[in-house]
Structure formats: structure tokens, C-alpha cells
Ligand binder design. Structure first.
Ligand code: ADP
Length: 250
């Protein structure tokens, strides 16, 4: 039996009130267990797309939405359930951290569910998964960039989402921070959708890549096939990643 469909987009269109069309009819579906990279130049529409996956956009959800999560259309009535299923890690850690302690920041999400008894256990487990056990009483704003990113990820994981949606998870991290985050993500079996410019992450972690440009899907396939196609990459403001550039004879 094939795995269930986690996320489905059917002709998703979106225009910001003051701007051009950011998404011009995007369709694809993601099965449970896939790790899908969204790649494309700045302004392609990746962040806008991600914000549709848990109903942050559009401001007013249509009666017949273009996005479905585990069979549930993203409508006003389904919004709470959809947001439990889809955990979104924003690009900027500082937007997501606003409490005096790491514990409170990670506990914030699960506290919204009204199941208070489970919160301490969820926080402990999530901090363990991101390698930050013992950081509970630290001030998030005094942590390194990599640690902040991991606190944010713990906050998302503490809600045990069925789909993990990550916007540029390795941006602004130093090489070690990148490596650590990639290892963490590799060990999280949840369905993942990752918008990123980190093409090494795409090759190392993802089972599929979707190239978006100008609000449309340009290509959809195995990471090595897409990223190895230099003409395609250059035509859309990207480059062939270094790890695909050399033939290793040994
Ligand atoms: P990406 O994440 O791929 O860089 P975005 O989704 O951020 O792309 O942007 C897609 C398009 O929407 C761009 O043309 C961008 O200028 C525009 N856009 C993004 N956010 C806003 C906003 N808040 N208001 C108006 N236009 C926006």
C-alpha cells in the first residue's frame, strides 16, 4: 500500500494585496515520509507557499481551499487541527523566541493545546532531540545562532507535528551549526518540506526537490537529477552544488 498523502496543493494561487501574483497555480502532493526540498531564487514564492500549509496565508481562507493536509482542506473550521498537524519553523529564530527562558519558549506551543499535564514531558523530549537538555533555564537571546535555531525546532517538535515545514533552516549558521542541524533533521523521521538555498542539504537529506520560480513549479524530481542539471540551475538563479561538481573516481 502506498503511504497516505500528507499535503496536497491544487492550483494554489496567491497575490499579496499590494503586489504581483506570488503563487501562480502550484500543484503537487507530498506523501507521508517524504523529505521534499523547495528550491528557487529569492522571490520565487517559497516562503509564501509554506505559509499556506498551515493557514497563516491567505488572511481569509477560501471556502474551497487549494491546500489539503492529511485529507483535511485548510478551512477556518479545520484550522486548529491543521496547525497541530503542520509544524512551521520560521526563517528568523528571533521571530519565534520571545520568552525569558528556553523552557517557556519550547512549552509555548504545547500549552496551546490545553493538555497541561503533558507539557513538561514534551519539552524535555524535544530538548533532548535537539541536543539541548539542560538549557531549560537559559535565556534564548543569549544563545548562539545554531542553539537558537535548535530551540525553535524543539518548540515545533514539542507539538509532535505530522509534517515539519522548515523555512531556510540552515541560513546564517556556521559550518558546524549547519552540520549539527542536518544531522538532527536526518534523525527525525517525520514528513518534511524544506525551503532552502542550502543545496548540500538538499542532496544529503531530501528524497525529492521541487524547483519554483516566478510562483510556478519549474521542475520536480530526484535532488541529484535536478541539482546536477547545470543549465536548469543557472537558468533559475541557482548553481550546481559543489558535492555534485566533481567525479570521485575512488
Ligand atoms: P521566496 O521565499 O522564494 O524568497 P517569497 O515567498 O518571500 O519568495 O516572495 C514571493 C513574492 O512575493 C516576491 O515577489 C515578494 O516580493 C512578494 N512578497 C513577499 N512577501 C510580501 C509581502 N508581505 N507583501 C507583498 N509582497 C510580498
Amino acid at each position: 500500500m502506498s503511504p497516505p498523502t500528507a499535503v496536497e496543493l491544487r492550483n494554489l494561487r496567491f497575490r499579496y494585496p499590494d503586489g504581483a501574483e506570488a503563487l501562480r497555480g502550484i500543484s503537487f502532493s507530498v506523501s507521508e515520509g517524504e523529505c521534499v526540498a523547495l528550491i528557487g531564487p529569492n522571490g520565487a514564492g517559497k516562503s509564501t507557499l509554506l505559509m499556506h500549509l498551515n493557514g497563516i496565508l491567505p488572511d481569509r481562507l477560501p471556502a474551497v481551499p487549494a491546500v489539503t493536509v492529511f485529507g483535511r482542506p485548510v478551512t477556518e473550521d479545520n484550522l486548529a487541527a491543521v496547525r497541530r498537524d503542520v509544524g512551521l519553523l520560521f526563517q528568523d529564530a528571533d521571530d519565534q523566541l520571545f520568552c525569558p527562558t528556553v523552557y517557556e519558549d519550547v512549552a509555548f506551543g504545547p500549552q496551546q493545546f490545553g493538555d497541561d499535564a503533558s507539557v513538561p514531558g514534551r519539552v524535555a523530549e524535544a530538548l533532548g532531540k535537539v541536543g539541548l537538555s539542560g538549557f531549560e533555564q537559559r535565556a534564548p537571546h543569549h544563545l548562539s545562532g545554531g542553539e537558537k535555531r535548535r530551540v525553535c525546532l524543539a518548540g515545533v517538535l514539542a507539538c509532535t507535528p505530522r509534517v515539519l515545514v522548515l523555512d531556510e533552516p540552515t541560513s546564517d549558521l556556521d559550518p558546524r551549526g549547519k552540520r549539527e542541524l542536518k544531522e538532527l533533521l536526518r534523525n527525525i523521521p517525520t514528513t518534511k518540506i524544506i525551503a532552502t538555498h542550502d543545496l548540500e542539504l538538499v542532496v544529503e537529506l531530501c528524497t525529492r526537490a521541487i524547483l519554483i520560480d516566478g510562483g510556478s513549479v519549474v521542475a520536480d524530481g530526484p535532488p541529484r537529477t535536478l541539482l546536477g542539471d547545470e543549465v536548469l540551475m543557472l537558468a533559475h538563479g541557482l548553481e550546481r552544488p559543489h558535492i555534485l561538481q566533481h567525479h570521485h573516481p575512488h
